[in-house]
Design a protein around this ligand. Structure first.
Ligand code: FAD
Length: 766
């Protein structure tokens, strides 16, 4: 380990409050000296040379007066500006990349790094900048031998060169992963030296003897399969719960019989499990993620994202424009989401029930279902204290005379934790893990198998239509890596793996309906930012503090003809912020990060017409012209709101770092700036400027339809192709929704599962 790295590790700062550290899986464990990344030493040298150029040391004299004064008053900021990217071990960045990122993007990074280890490869990717003009022997330099200044220039070119796609994709990936790691990594005392510099604190909560030993809410119904060494132990526990189980010792396999198997435990699966179990059916819930409770949450952005999000939070659309955020833990998205609990708009209920003829959305029953859902998860509209970003959204709207609405949430009026994206440490947000799944387990009819991945539905021929009679799953034991096979026979099978995973399970099981995997909507997002220095500011707090969403502005009110454009505020930890922030130079990225805590964001989402498809793990998605126009309309409105609220500077996430200083600005200047705001393409495009954003609302890729041609499932969620097979998650929604989808997903699941319970009851009576 070199001296600079040691210095970074030994620096104390970046405090986290509290003594508890959370579950080991939710903390960094990068202690090993051997890595599995497969990059060679020369690849790592090239990687380190890139990281160094992304975050070079920044001389004090290059800072403006305000920043200089801040730096001189703050030692942490001083060492932040002095530090460089090479302080981070390239092995660690490479390990995160190789083990967490999408394999295709890792391959691109490998190719580029390997080329950069050669002089000719460097010439090919960087051009004549690698000519050593001062010293004519050797003539060409490999990347790591080029001066820091020139390396930074190379990165600036890669950023814009659409005709050099390998370099641009590799640059984007390395920048995102390296900066994410830089700002999320912690030492064993949960400290990161950069946090003090950027004003970030992590509240990991006080050690509390009572909560430490309190039984977990799902204890009596949970079997954490990866913890069990052999299937016999699991078998015994299932028998104790009244299920019929057979064991095959030779194949380390279990055969379980139940009435209903629910695959996935998120917004859809959680509700379905509760309704089916409460109706008296013996239910098994399969969830591939782990079970965590509030005392486990570390609220550390890096490890929590990797552990609790689908594909480590790094799945992107094929063009790199949107990155998907979806929960993958017991409770699914409901555990990591931002608690906004908006009911399905009337216009959408009408569109789905009348225009599309989807039976489940019959007005009266569906509205009653929404009421039951909101009651169970304790939705409130009261807010006692608004956080920094929401105060700004509200004030900006007020100043412009725009309506601003309170966001109803499934957390209490006092809730003020800004880290619900990594599990609500206060236990206040009511995800399915502390509501519906508890109901299921408390009925004594449900068993939840965690760390257990459903692999294939069991379909048998049954005349013209198939019949689903269960599912096969597997679980790998953590200690000895043995694989346990689990076969579940069920009278009814409910798939609720979320929109990114449900289509894959259906199609690998042999279902052929063309709507499976098609028609994906994502509520695309673009973000605006505004910087609000502390001095003389009416807004207190920091961007990462407080309830994530409490204010909302609709650019157009929702009705069936106007596409909805919504402005809300996000939770952006420093890692995500750093990964997304446009990189235009090393000093610029440091200055932007130094302003992290006082940079407020507003994001625009639109009810998208554009559709995508999920096929074999690849997600393709394309916006329509109208979607792009709506995004631009929303983005311009968001920027106006930030300016009206008093931002010193505002900007977008376009790769050229588009921004505007607002001090003393005239309306014409603002207009001129807003005119240039657009909806850039992704990194893989023939366009100089690009953007990278996230989306958290996936829906519609196994939609309900009146006929087999219109939907993957019928108007009650049942597969057109296989009897007794239901889909019960956001993927059944017929179109994009236009508002945050949790309540709609739960209410839809409520209606589907209530009907299944009735049918099963009838079947038993007949
Ligand atoms: C960061 C974030 C913030 C959000 N904020 C909001 C918000 O404020 N308000 C709102 O309304 N919505 C919000 N959402 C969206 C909302 O949470 C989702 O729309 C909702 O969770 C979707 O429910 P679902 O049942 O379709 O899937 P999920 O809730 O994602 O559940 C799917 C579950 O299935 C499991 N699974 C997948 N494949 C398998 C398999 N093969 N075997 C076993 N298990 C499997 C997954 O691990 C996961 O736990 C947010 C989402 C995210 C990620």
């Amino acid at each position: 380990m070199n001296a600079e790295i040691r210095e970074r590790r030994e620096m104390v700062g970046g405090t986290s409050r509290g003594k508890k550290k959370g579950h080991p899986l939710l903390r960094w464990s990068m202690k090993q000296e051997s890595f599995s990344h497969g990059f060679s030493q020369s690849d790592l040298q090239a990687l380190s040379a890139i990281c160094d150029a992304i975050m070079p040391p920044v001389p004090l004299q290059s800072l403006d007066l305000d920043m200089k004064l801040k730096v001189l008053r703050n030692d942490a900021l001083l060492s932040f500006f002095k530090s460089s990217g090479s302080h981070v071990r390239p092995d660690e960045v490479a390990e995160v990349m190789a083990t967490k990122a999408m394999p295709l993007t890792v391959t691109v990074v490998r190719i580029v790094l390997r080329l950069l280890t050669f002089r000719l490869g460097t010439l090919l990717l960087c051009g004549f900048v690698c000519l050593d003009k001062e010293n004519w022997s050797p003539l060409l330099l490999k990347f790591s031998d080029i001066s820091l200044e020139k390396r930074e220039k190379v990165l600036q070119k890669w950023n814009t060169q659409w005709y050099n796609p390998l370099a641009r994709i590799a640059f984007m990936m390395i920048k995102a992963i390296f900066l994410f790691y830089y700002f999320t990594w912690t030492n064993e005392n949960t400290e990161n030296p950069a946090w003090d510099a950027i004003g970030y604190t992590v509240d990991i909560g006080e050690e509390n003897e009572n909560t430490e030993h309190k039984e977990r809410p799902l204890e009596k119904g949970i079997i954490e399969t990866a913890k069990e060494d052999d299937v016999t132990a699991i078998k015994q526990r299932l028998i104790n719960k009244g299920l019929k189980v057979k064991e095959d010792k030779e194949t380390n396999a279990l055969k379980i019989e139940c009435d209903a198997v629910v695959i996935g435990s998120g917004c859809g699966g959680g509700v379905a499990a509760a309704n089916l179990a409460k109706s008296g059916l013996k239910v098994i819930v399969l969830e591939k993620g782990n079970y965590f409770v509030p005392r486990d949450y570390s609220t550390l952005e890096g490890p929590s994202m990797f552990e609790m999000f689908e594909a480590n939070g790094l799945l992107m659309t094929h063009d790199g424009r949107f990155r998907f955020m979806a929960g993958s833990t017991l409770g699914g998205g409901s555990v990591v989401n931002w608690a906004a609990s908006l009911k399905t708009p009337d216009a959408i209920i009408d569109e789905w029930s009348k225009d599309r003829g989807v039976a489940i959305f019959a007005r009266e029953e569906y509205t009653a279902a929404m009421e039951s859902v909101c009651e169970r998860i304790g939705v409130t509209e009261r807010v006692i204290r608004e956080g920094f970003q929401n105060q700004i959204l509200r004030r900006g709207c007020d100043k412009l005379g725009l309506d601003v609405t309170v966001v109803p949430r499934n957390s209490s009026e006092e809730h003020y934790c800004g880290s619900c994206s990594f599990g609500c440490k206060t236990g206040d947000k009511r995800g399915t893990d502390i509501t519906w799944l508890v109901d299921a387990v408390d009925s004594n009819n449900a068993v939840i198998l965690t760390q257990c991945r459903a692999e294939k539905l069991i379909l048998v021929n049954n005349g013209r239509r198939k019949k689903c009679v269960g599912v096969t799953a597997s679980s790998t034991t953590t200690s000895n890596k043995t694989v346990k096979k689990i076969e579940i026979s069920a009278k009814v099978t409910v798939v609720a793996c979320g929109s990114l995973m449900t289509p894959g399970l259906l199609s690998t099981s042999g279902l052929k309906n063309p709507n499976i995997g098609r028609g994906l909507h994502i509520h695309p997002i673009l973000m605006a930012w505004g910087y609000f220095p502390e001095k003389n500011s009416e807004f207190n707090g920091a961007a990462h503090e407080g309830e994530i969403m409490t204010s909302l502005h609709y650019v157009f009110e929702m009705d069936s003809t106007t596409p909805n454009i919504t402005l809300e505020t996000p939770a952006l930890g420093p890692g995500t912020f750093a990964a997304l922030v446009p990189w235009v130079s090393g000093s610029d990225v440091k200055k932007r990060l130094a302003k992290y805590a006082r940079t407020s964001h507003i994001f625009v989402t639109v009810r998208d017409e554009g559709v995508g498809e999920v096929k074999e793990g690849i997600v393709k998605y394309k916006l329509t012209k109208a979607d792009e126009e709506n995004l631009v309309t929303g983005l311009r409105r968001a920027l106006r709101i930030l300016v009206a609220a008093g931002a010193e500077e505002v900007g977008t996430y376009r790769s050229d770092g588009q921004r505007l200083k607002c001090d003393g600005i005239k309306e014409e200047d603002l207009e001129e700036f807003l005119e240039k705001v657009d909806a850039p393409a992704g990194v893989v495009s023939m366009s100089e400027r690009w953007t990278h954003s996230f989306t958290a609302h996936q829906m519609g890729c196994c939609r309900m339809g009146k006929t087999e041609r219109e939907g993957a499932v019928d108007g009650y969620g049942e597969s057109w192709e296989a009897e007794d097979l239901y889909v019960c998650d956001a993927s059944v929604l017929p179109t994009a929704l236009g508002v945050n989808p949790m309540i709609t997903t739960q209410s839809t699941a409520y209606c589907i599962s209530k009907r299944i319970a009735e049918l099963m009851k009838k079947r038993k009576q007949d």
